[in-house]
Design a binder for this molecule. Structure first.
Ligand code: AMP
Ligand code: MG
Length: 346
């Protein structure tokens, strides 16, 4: 299959029309969102949804998110709409917040991986919304990477993973946030299953206490697998082996320097992912800044791109950990998984 790439800067109307036809015909389309690129199919067509799992090599017990173009569409997809969801929709939609609640009968089990709940989000990205509107159905979409790889934040990343596997990629340029949506379960007490750009602090300001799933900064415990099956798989792994060094920035940078020389003496190609604040400590070494540690959203925006690009040219990546407040939590959740939890604190 030939994979066509259409730039939305030049041909947004034509691109979304062609994409919507493909979706209606049960085919797959990769499209930009404000978080990462999604790999979409008709969310009401179980057979079309199965193609997503095939193209990604995704285990079929890992559920997908349904993307909608208008808030009222949740009524057809959830068994009913809880009051708290209305409050959250009014505050955070369109945007990078996914909510989980009991599914309506119309939602195929292929989307939910057999669960009785379904995850729904209304993206703010204009191209994504136009595509969903024109398709006239909710679009089921996980991230558009091969399973286990870092999520794609540019059309080139999607092409690297999906060339020949899907008919169309809509290229909308780099994604604004660079990490996937916050996933909030509204079944029982509100619980964040996956942190994102809509932070626990932002949610609590609107609805009061929000729990964090324990696995956010730890490997998944057996009891949690049932509630969030997708989290048990290897995630975001680049080609290189990643080690995370946490602690006071100067001390962490010192430890990273010494690890760098150790790996280098073993003949390994080593690179550092530091922050603007610590870059002076890495003079003469191969080092890249993830961004400003006081503004963790900058770290989120650069993480997957650097993991892919730096990972493909090195054997080992030494990465700095940061505080887990606000969007620092989303950053550390992705980084620790990319590292397979190889971490040390100085
Ligand atoms: P992706 O967009 O590739 O990150 O995949 C969607 C994410 O949402 C996965 O981590 C899923 O485990 C999670 N998810 C989707 N639906 C549900 C659900 N019904 N219950 C729990 N987690 C879900
Ligand atoms: Mg994913």
């Amino acid at each position: 299959m030939k994979t066509e790439v259409i730039s939305t800067a030049r041909r947004e109307d034509a691109g979304t029309t062609i994409g919507a036809e493909l979706i209606q015909n049960g085919e797959l389309v990769a499209f930009p969102t404000e978080t990462v690129y999604g790999l979409g199919a008709n969310g009401l067509d179980g057979e079309a949804v199965n193609r997503i799992f095939e193209a990604k090599g995704r285990p079929n017990d890992n559920p997908l998110i349904l993307h909608i173009a208008k808030k009222s569409d949740v009524k057809d997809l959830w068994a009913h709409v809880p009051k708290i969801a209305n409050t959250l929709m009014d505050t955070f939609w369109p945007g990078p917040l996914t909510m989980i609640f009991n599914k309506a009968d119309e939602v195929p089990y292929e989307v939910t991986a057999g669960l009785e709940t379904v995850a729904i989000r209304m993206p703010s990205d204009k191209t994504a919304r136009l595509l969903i509107q024109k398709a006239g159905v909710p679009i089921a979409a996980p991230s558009a990477n091969r399973s286990g790889r870092p999520s794609p934040t540019t059309a080139k990343h999607v092409l690297d993973d999906m060339d020949g596997r899907i008919p169309l990629i809509l290229d909308g340029g780099p994604c604004r946030y660079g990490v996937e949506s916050t996933v909030l379960s509204l079944v029982g007490e509100p619980t964040i299953l996956r942190p994102g750009a809509i932070t626990r602090e932002m949610l609590e300001a609107v609805i009061g206490p929000v729990r964090l799933a324990p696995s956010i900064l730890e490997p998944l415990g057996a009891r949690e697998v049932a509630a969030s099956p997708g989290m048990k798989y290897k995630h975001y792994a680049p080609d290189a082996d990643v080690h995370v060094i946490e602690g006071e920035p100067k001390a962490a940078a010192k430890r990273i320097r010494s690890l760098y020389y150790e790996y280098e003496s073993e003949g390994k190609r080593v690179a550092i992912l530091g922050t603007d604040q610590t870059m002076p400590s890495y003079r003469n070494l191969t080092a890249y800044s993830l961004g400003d540690r006081m503004e963790p959203e900058t770290l989120c925006a650069n993480l997957f791109t650097l993991l892919r690009d730096v990972g493909s040219e090195n054997d080992v990546i030494l990465a700095e950990g940061v505080d887990t407040r606000e969007t620092g939590l989303a950053f550390m959740n992705r980084l620790l998984r990319a590292a397979g939890f190889q971490r040390e604190t100085v």
